[in-house]
Design a binder for this molecule. Structure first.
Ligand code: EPU
Length: 449
């Protein structure tokens, strides 16, 4: 039961919400309350890709003219990114139709030492963009989710190959070049961030740059397509060899629309299966969802793929089969869906394994799942999930963005009430999460302080 004080803090919601509704919009959000047990039913639209948008907004800082970017998600990480770009001097405004007008020609500094640089990961793309634009850049060390060490040696190696010197001092990364020239770069590890950062910097380098062992994620292709639309010459994005022919001036003056968010889409697909629901996820690129769709089908989930939709459905009494997963760079199974998928494995029949191959430490949420009744054992990079658990509501925490989304999913499948604290981490990456979840029938409310 809620105390009267808690009830007074619950935000307004649709009629389906069983809790009293009091509008407190604009105040600080601190937790979600979920009453589990509802089957999710209906339609949900996916927003623009967070990780593509972070790369594209940074890449826009390289241009020699204005551009218009559509489908930019309204999420905390992106809004921080826009603030940082404005602090560099770029003009950015939202048009009435939601499109972002971006003019980087008014940039006055190559120093991104605005405090918020430290609060997001994607701010490090400004190194590549400002290096390309001004031959110098200085930014605070980027932040982001804590999965253990997050080295940036491959970014540095790439910039050095292009002719830049790199130093790290007083918490700042400084890169400087007299002249950027194309080079052959072989990445020691497949890194999304290093691939995008080097690609952005190389766009204005003299001659041709070849990035080998490049990451192939959909958002890398999206950043490359954006740059090409603005006048660059990037070939091979989406394969492991990317060739960039340097272009001294990028005229821009064009419009670009960001791809849908693969991870947001996957989160709703998993939520539908978990609640034995029937949800159609709209505005997606089904090809990007194949690593998930194939595994969900293996578990017994039914899917119907349209041109830009996927319907995910299960009978109310249908059992899910156990399965083994390994996270890998694209087109492998995405690490950013690992925590949400582990929740699904908790309720499947039989024992499953989840092997985390990308990050050193991305199982920090497992203890929260155990608090909710899950039986999981972690051995090194593998979580062994006993399955057939009836989750029960508890007070848990959003340890990071995707771990937080996983807690929401667990709450939807649990009996009773789940409270999730520190939900600012979830709202860094999911646009209108509560609203969208409620539209498909979830009983979830935001508690504000
Ligand atoms: N790595 C290095 N050296 C480097 C860079 C990476 O050793 O210079 C290692 C990392 O330690 C990790 C692996 O390479 O083990 C992959 O890291 P990657 O560089 O691909 O990750 P990232 O660019 O820092 C992006 C996303 C993450 C997502 C990963 C993997 C952004 C802003 N972040 O991070 O997204 O998990 O790729 O797909 O694009 C999220 O959205 O929740 C999120 C964490």
């Amino acid at each position: 039961m809620q105390t009267q004080e808690q009830l007074n803090r619950i935000q307004i919601g649709p009629e389906t919400l069983s809790l009293p509704q009091i509008d407190k919009r604009g105040t600080n959000v601190s937790s979600y309350i979920i009453r589990g047990g509802n089957r999710l039913l209906g339609d949900v639209k996916v927003s623009g890709s967070k990780n593509a948008a972070l790369g594209i907004i940074s890449a826009a800082m390289l241009l020699d003219g204005p551009c218009w970017v559509d489908n930019v998600p309204d999420i905390a990480d992106l809004n921080v990114m826009l603030e940082i770009c404005r602090a560099l001097g770029a003009q950015i405004k939202r048009e009435s139709d939601g499109t972002l007008y971006i003019n980087p020609c008014t940039i006055t500094t190559c120093e991104a030492t605005y405090d918020k640089v430290r609060s997001i990961r994607g701010s490090y793309y400004l190194l590549g963009a400002l290096l390309g634009r001004m031959n110098r850049a200085s930014i605070y060390m980027p932040g982001g989710c804590n999965f253990g060490t997050r080295p940036i040696d491959q970014h540095m190696k790439g910039f050095e190959s292009l002719g830049a010197s790199v130093t790290i001092e007083y918490g700042k990364i400084n890169v400087e070049a007299e002249h950027l020239r194309g080079e052959h770069i072989f990445l020691d590890v497949v890194s999304v961030g290093a691939t995008i950062n080097i690609m952005i910097a190389a766009v204005k380098a003299e001659g041709t740059t070849v990035i080998e062992n490049a990451a192939r994620e959909p958002h890398i292709v999206d950043v490359a397509n954006f740059l090409n639309t603005m006048g660059a010459n990037v070939r091979g994005a989406g394969t492991d060899v990317i060739r960039i022919s340097g272009t001294p001036v990028l005229e821009a003056n064009a419009t670009y629309s960001i791809i849908p968010d693969q991870i947001e889409a996957g989160t709703y697909m998993l939520a539908a299966a978990l609640t034995r629901g029937d949800v159609t996820v709209h505005d997606i690129i089904p090809k990007h969802m194949e690593p998930l769709t194939a595994k969900m089908e293996e578990m017994g989930v039914k899917t119907e793929v349209g041109d830009d939709t996927i319907r995910v459905y299960m009978e109310p009494d249908q059992q899910l089969r156990a399965a083994n997963f390994k996270t890998m760079p694209y087109p492998g199974f995405p690490t950013d869906l690992q925590p949400q998928t582990t929740v699904l494995l908790c309720v499947a029949e039989g024992s499953s394994k989840m092997l985390e191959n990308v990050w050193e430490n991305r199982f920090q949420y497992i203890d929260d799942l155990k608090t909710m009744g899950a039986e999981i054992m972690v051995a090194g990079h593998t979580a062994i999930i006993a399955g057939s658990s009836q989750l029960t509501g508890a007070k848990v925490m959003a340890r990071d963005l995707r771990a937080g989304a996983a807690m929401v999913l667990a709450g939807l499948a649990a009996t009773g009430e789940t409270e999730i604290t520190d939900i600012g981490k979830i709202e860094r990456g999911y646009e209108n999460f509560v609203k969208k979840m409620r539209m498909i029938g979830a009983d979830i409310a935001r508690i504000v302080e």
